[in-house]
Design a protein. Structure first.
Length: 718
């Protein structure tokens, strides 16, 4: 090791890492050592003693260092540890044991372990005794100890015994762990597991676990109920989750998505219950790897949305029905053309039912036949000439068409079949028909080309029944409106002729009064003049009578002229509307004292004679009503040419009246006549009257210049 006195002489340098015995072997083999060792005062014995002493010292230092490092390790471990002798007295107590029990090591060393642990188990079921009797080791034994402050602490304890070479127990070692936090965690885990179990079992949705191969590993009670199995074992025993899918390919699509994304959310699919009935579900699942087995598993929630889907379908169908009815209502509002209304309805029905061909027949009760009114998807030539609708049930045809018999109102009627024979001989195959009724009468029917393999749903039948009942009223109302329109046109033509005849009659009477009666009175007057001359010089009384008769003739002649003028003023025909009205109003002012203001504005030439006559009659009627009913002091009339119309505006300051009276026919027929004349000319009539505030009449007539016969030209354009 470098200190040997022989080294300089031997010229050797032993490796300091060599142990004692290796160095001793080198020295004993040295030639110089052999020759001089025994004679040298510090020779063999000294060398050997010195080397042995150095070896022992180093060995003891190493042992002490190793023992010290073991104690430090024991002091640093987090678990409590103590050793004991054969009498179970503590010989070592680490810091962790001090912290758990509350005893210091100086206090614990020398005490019996049962006095430190203070557990009933130590007196009744000592771990040291059990380890001695049962193979020297007891592992992970759980019990409670009481610390120095009296608190109960759960511990997990492992005990081992020491034995000598003869197999006698000389002591033991015990390691114990404070598992208070672990117990709290276990209790919390247990509580959460119970809570989770309650949530899972109390859920209204199916909660499941399955593996990649499709085997169901677990399912809650809601899933058993949803899929209509008797118990969990029966459901878990189906073999493969594929059997739950109505379409097995849906399972493959599910696997593809969840293996790609690790989760699936709101995957909508049809399941099959135990009884074979469909269950529409919404799946949300995740993919994970089981930490215990390493297998890929899926778990998630499956929600039964069968009722929701059914409700959505019902709402969708109801919306479809409302859309159809709205489409028909819009067609009814926009047009009175029956063919247009029926075509819109037919196309909507074919679209809703996903059909290609169909027709709509209207029953002609007067001619006892079914008329093909509109069709879609049928050859166009079939509509050029009306053909024959052939009923498969002849008795039904006789009941509906020939007898025109009543039918009991129903939401839907049974279907019947009809085929159509066109005039050219072409036959349209049997069509399935649905009756259209109105107030217990058959008014028509839908005829649809429905494939024999197609069965209409209950809702589709209900839809056709609703449309049949709705369309029946539409057909009748449309035909009624057309009839009313025809009658109204006839009435307008009749009214027009009545007004024309009235004017002609007035002209004729005025002419006869002027020509015949006027001439007759003139002849009578001349006769009286001759009679007066022939009786000259006779009794004055006779002359007085002749004078009285002459006055009567003059008054009658004057009244006849006035009456003739009112019936049809010659001034109107000769000079026009404004001079005729001026003269008429002056005569009224003279006899009534009414203040009349009259203006005609914007006219640079005369109007059509018929129009002038109409405005003259308007003026006569309004002034007559003012004189008869209003008690007015002032009457104002303006006739204004304001292209493209002529405005007639008459108002007074009289007592007024309830404007609703004219609507009920309780007032003047003259006002109704004015309104009808204005309507015939395409104009408008407005009357505004309030009790105590006078009356105002405004009439607007379209102006057509350059036509000699305004009325005829306007009606021709209409």
């Amino acid at each position: 090791d470098g200190d040997c006195w022989l080294v300089p002489r031997t010229h050797c340098s032993p490796n300091p890492e060599m142990d004692f015995f290796e160095r001793l072997a080198i020295c004993l083999g040295c030639a110089y050592f052999k020759a001089n060792g025994d004679r040298h005062p510090r020779g063999w014995n000294y060398f050997l003693a010195g080397e042995v002493q150095k070896y022992n010292i180093k060995t003891l230092e190493q042992l002490y260092q190793k023992e010290e490092s073991r104690i430090e390790i024991l002091n640093r471990i987090p678990d409590g540890l103590f050793t004991m002798d054969g009498d179970r007295r503590i010989t070592y107590f680490n810091p962790a044991a001090e912290e758990i029990t509350g005893f210091y090591a100086d206090e614990a060393v020398g005490m019996y372990c049962k006095d430190v642990f203070k557990s009933p188990v130590c007196g009744t079921d000592c771990a040291f005794k059990r380890a001695t009797a049962g193979g020297y080791n007891i592992r992970n034994r759980e019990f409670e100890i009481v610390d120095l402050e009296g608190r109960k602490i759960p511990v997990l304890c492992s005990t081992s015994v020491f034995v000598d070479h003869a197999g006698r127990v000389t002591g033991g070692i015990e390691i114990f762990k404070d598992v208070t936090e672990l117990k709290h965690l276990q209790e919390e885990i247990l509580r959460r597991e119970k809570k989770l179990s309650r949530i899972v079992e109390g859920s209204h949705d199916m909660i499941y676990t399955s593996n990649q191969q499709g085997r169901l590993l677990d399912v809650n009670q809601a899933g058993i109920k949803m899929l209509r199995y008797r118990n969990k074992a029966e459901l878990l025993g189906i073999g493969s989750a594929k059997r739950l899918y109505y379409n097995p390919m849906a399972r493959e699509m599910f696997l593809e998505k969840i293996n790609r994304d690790d989760y699936v959310k709101d995957y909508e699919v049809d399941f099959k219950a135990a009884d074979g009935s469909p269950v529409h579900v919404l799946m949300s699942s995740r993919r994970y790897e089981n930490p215990e087995t390493g297998d890929v598993e899926f778990n998630g929630i499956i929600k039964d949305i069968t009722d929701r889907k059914r409700t959505e379908e019902i709402l969708k169908k109801r919306n479809q029905e409302l859309s159809l009815l709205n489409s028909i209502a819009v067609a009814l509002n926009l047009s009175l053309d029956l063919n247009h209304i029926l075509m819109v309805t037919l196309k909507d029905i074919l679209t809703a039912l996903r059909l290609k061909r169909g027709a709509l027949f209207v029953i002609d009760s007067a001619h006892h036949k079914a008329v093909l009114q509109v069709g879609h998807g049928l050859p166009a030539e079939d509509f050029k000439h009306q053909g024959l609708a052939i009923f498969k049930d002849s008795q039904l045809r006789r009941h509906l068409i020939e007898d025109d018999a009543a039918v009991i109102p129903e939401p839907t009627f049974p279907t019947f079949q009809v085929k159509y024979l066109a005039k050219g001989g072409r036959v349209i195959p049997w069509l399935f028909c649905f009756l259209i009724t109105f107030k217990g009468k058959g008014v028509g029917f839908f005829a649809l080309d429905i494939p024999l393999t197609r069965k209409l749903s209950e809702h589709e039948l209900h839809l056709l029944g609703s449309l049949g009942n709705f369309l029946g009223g539409a057909i009748e109302n449309t035909q009624l409106m057309k009839s009313i329109s025809r009658h109204r046109q006839d009435l307008r033509r009749l009214t027009k002729k009545l007004f024309q005849g009235q004017e002609e009659e007035r002209r004729r009477i005025a002419r006869e009064l002027h020509d015949e009666a006027g001439q007759a009175l003139t002849a009578v007057k001349l006769g009286l003049d001759r009679l007066e001359e022939s009786v000259a010089g006779q009794d004055n009384h006779f002359k007085v009578q002749i004078a009285e008769i002459r006055k009567m003739i003059l008054r009658t002649s004057s009244e006849i002229r006035r009456l003739s003028y009112r019936l049809h003023p010659t001034l109107l025909s000769d000079l026009g509307l404004e001079p005729a009205l001026d003269l008429y109003f002056k005569d009224i002012v003279k006899h009534s004292g009414l203040d009349i203001e009259f203006h005609m504005v914007g006219f640079d030439r005369r109007l059509d004679p018929d129009i002038e006559t109409v405005f003259y009659r308007f003026s006569q009627e309004t002034l007559t009503n003012t004189l008869k009913h209003s008690g007015a002091e002032t009457f104002r009339l303006s006739i204004i040419k304001s292209y493209p119309k002529i405005i007639f505006l008459a108002e007074d300051d009289g007592v007024g009246f309830d404007g609703q009276i004219i609507k009920s026919g309780q007032r003047s027929l003259g006002l109704l006549g004015m309104r009808e004349r204005a309507s015939l000319l395409g104009g408008t009539f407005q009357l505004r009257s309030t009790i105590g505030e006078g009356t105002r009449i405004r009439i607007e007539i379209p102006l057509v210049e350059g036509h000699h016969d305004y009325v005829h030209s306007y009606i021709a354009r209409r």
